[in-house]
Design a protein. Structure first.
Length: 62
């Protein structure tokens, strides 16, 4: 199952992904979003978070 990955160089720290899908994303100490270790890729809200991200910086990875 593919997992989500946040490109933190592109993240503008809007926190939308964390609000939409707290099961898969969190804000780190740098104020950037990151995928949770436990994010399996199975949560439907991941795609919604990707589609909503204003920086389009969340992608699927293998
Ligand atoms: S929605 Fe995109 S820009 Fe906003 S915090 Fe998440 S990864 Fe960063």
């Amino acid at each position: 199952m593919p997992r989500p990955h946040v490109d933190q160089d592109e993240c503008i720290s809007c926190e939308s992904c964390v609000q939409i899908c707290p099961a898969a994303f969190e804000m780190n100490d740098d104020g950037k979003a990151q995928e949770l270790e436990s994010a399996t890729g199975g949560e439907e809200c991941i795609q919604e978070a990707m589609d909503t991200c204003p920086a389009e910086c969340i992608h699927w990875q293998d």
